[in-house]
Write a protein that binds this ligand. Structure first.
Ligand SMILES: N[C@@H](CCC(=O)N[C@@H](CS)C(=O)NCC(=O)O)C(=O)O
Length: 221
């Protein structure tokens, strides 16, 4: 049985849980999950650091293979555990999705992260509001690139839902939640109709609703 380490409130753990569910893999039967990170601790323990020396979640153990980096875990699950061919595996779809996954981790999240951390993890008295708004507005610009792609195709890599859509949708969801909870501090959210249509479709057709956060986990006071 696979073992997944990580708390459900982590966006990167949510990616993995959602992917496992879409692949038809069940907690208790196909994998076990151990709460780790933030209030659960564990991530700085010598045992966990042997699995992931970064001290971050998620980490996945599958027999003697240990993986960290959520997007890599998704790639692994799609290539090794997709018995029913849920995700497309032709080269065009595969690399179309890879491109967006690298963009999510290398471009999009670094832009949005200061707004997210600034509003949910930094105490109010210490917040850098101009930096928060700048980050949010930069994310608006970046999401407009995804919106342009979604104007001419249903999903990030073409006609079929793919693992790239998982990592993008959770970021889009967080971007929307941030604006709902902190409209004044983020400034306006770009009105991106193709992204909205795509997210509505994803909510209806996948396990998104079970794993995406219902509200922001705000741990700063
Ligand atoms: N690039 C890594 C980032 C992992 C990461 O930053 N994880 C956060 C949660 S989203 C974490 O472990 N934070 C420390 C904690 O929860 O204690 C990935 O995609 O897996």
């Amino acid at each position: 049985m696979m073992r997944l380490w990580g708390r459900k409130s982590s966006i990167n753990v949510q990616k993995v849980l959602w992917c496992l569910a879409d692949l038809g893999l069940k907690e208790g039967a196909d994998f076990e999950r151990i709460d780790a990170g933030l209030q659960f601790g564990i991530v700085r323990s010598p045992e966990f650091l042997k699995l992931n020396p970064n001290g971050l979640v998620p980490a996945l153990e599958d027999q003697d293979l240990v993986l960290w980096e959520s997007n890599t875990i998704l790639r692994y699950l799609a290539s090794q555990h997709d018995k029913n061919k849920h995700f497309p595996s032709d080269i065009k779809s595969q690399y179309g999705s890879e491109k967006w996954m690298d963009w999510q981790v290398g471009t999009l999240w670094p832009a949005l992260r200061p707004a997210f951390l600034g509003l949910t993890r930094v105490p109010e008295s210490e917040r850098d509001y101009p930096a928060i708004q700048k980050a949010y507005q930069e994310a608006n610009q970046l999401f407009s690139l995804l919106d342009q792609t979604l104007a001419s195709q249903a999903y990030c890599s073409g006609k079929q839902f793919n693992i790239g859509d998982i990592v993008l949708a959770l970021c889009v969801h967080r971007w929307m939640l941030l604006n709902e909870s902190f409209a004044k501090q983020t400034g306006s959210r770009a009105d991106l109709k193709n992204i909205e249509r795509w997210l509505t479709q994803i909510k209806a057709e996948t396990h998104f609703q079970e794993f995406a956060e219902k509200e922001l986990n705000i741990i700063s006071k």
